[in-house]
Design a protein around this ligand. Sequence first.
Ligand code: XMP
Length: 333
Amino acid sequence: MCENKRPEDMKRINTPELAKAFIDEQVERVRQQVGGKKVLLALSGGVDSSVVAALLIKAIGKQLVCVHVNHGLIRKGESEQVIDIFGRTLDANLIYIDATDRYLNLLAGVSDPESKRKIIGKEFIEIFAEEARKLEGIEFLAQGTIYPDILESVKAAEGKKAVKSHHNVGGLPEDLKFELVEPIKLLFKDEVRVVGEALGLPHAMVYRQPFPGPGLGVRCLGAITRDRLNALREADAILREEFDIAGLNEKVWQYFVVIPDIKSVGVKDDSRYEGWPAIIRAVNTTDAMSATVEEIPYAVLHKITARITSEVEGINRVLYDLTPKPTGTIEWE
Ligand code: XMP
C-alpha cells in the first residue's frame, strides 16, 4: 500500500469513539517513529496544525517544539489564542515570533497579489528555517498535511493550472533535512475536526472558518499600509463578533472584510471625512471552486455598518459584495 493513499476500507472518522481510536493509534505510531528525539512544528493556530500539535503533545509532550510566527497579517486575537491554549493550557514547548515589522517592511509598496503571496510564503520559510537552525538536536518536522492536500499535489503534478498560487510555499532549504511526521495526512477536514474535539481543543478553534495562508495580506488590497491593515483587522473582528451573536458563524462558510486602496468623501461630526470603504464578503461553498453569496439579514448588516463606521478609525462606508464565484473569486486578490 502506498502510504500516501487512503485505504479503501478506512472508516470515516465521524464519532468521538472512532476519533479516540485514531488518536490512540497515532500516539503509538508517533512514539515509535520519533523515539526520544525532538520534533519541530510550525503552529499557525489553524485547524490542521492545531490538531497535529495537540496530538503530538499527547504523544511526546515537551519533545515537540512549536514555532508560532505572527506575520502581522493574522486576525485580531489569533496569536493570543495560540499562546493561551498551547502555551498555557497544554503547557507546550512554544516559541512565539513577532515578525510583523519584518513582513510589513518587505511588503511596503508591493501591490501585485501574486508578488505579495510569494513574499509572504518565502519569508515564512526563512523565519522558520532561522529558528530551526538555532535549535539543537531536531530530527523531525511535523506537518498538518491532510488528504485533500495530497490529492491537490497529485493534480498539480498532472499539470492542472490554478487561478491563484495558494500552495506556493516552497520547501525548507537544503541544509535542513528532517524526517516528516504527518499524523493526519489521510484524513479529510471533517475528520480532522472530530479528532480535534476528541483531543479537547475548543469547538471555536476546531470549527473556525478557513483563513488563507497570506492572511489579511490579500484582503488589504494593493500595497499594504499599517493604518489600513489595522482598520481591516478591527473591522473584521467586529464582523466576526456580530456573526457569532447572530448565529451566522455556523451557517456561513467564510465571512470577512476587504479594504480597497481607495477613499471616498464622507461626513463625520459635521465635517468632511475621507475614508476607506469596508467590503463585507460572506459566502457558502462545498469545495471553494464555486461559491454562493449568503443572504444576511438587513438588521445584522445595519448593526455591523454602524459599529464599523463608528468604532474603526479611517472607515466611512460599508459595502456588501453580492458576487458569486464565478465571476468573483472568494478573496479579492
Ligand atoms: P479563491 O479566492 O481562489 O479562494 O476563490 C478559494 C479558497 O482559498 C482560499 N485562498 C487561499 N488559501 N493561500 C491559502 O492558503 C492563498 O494564497 C489563498 N488564496 C485564497 C480562500 O480564502 C478560499 O477559502
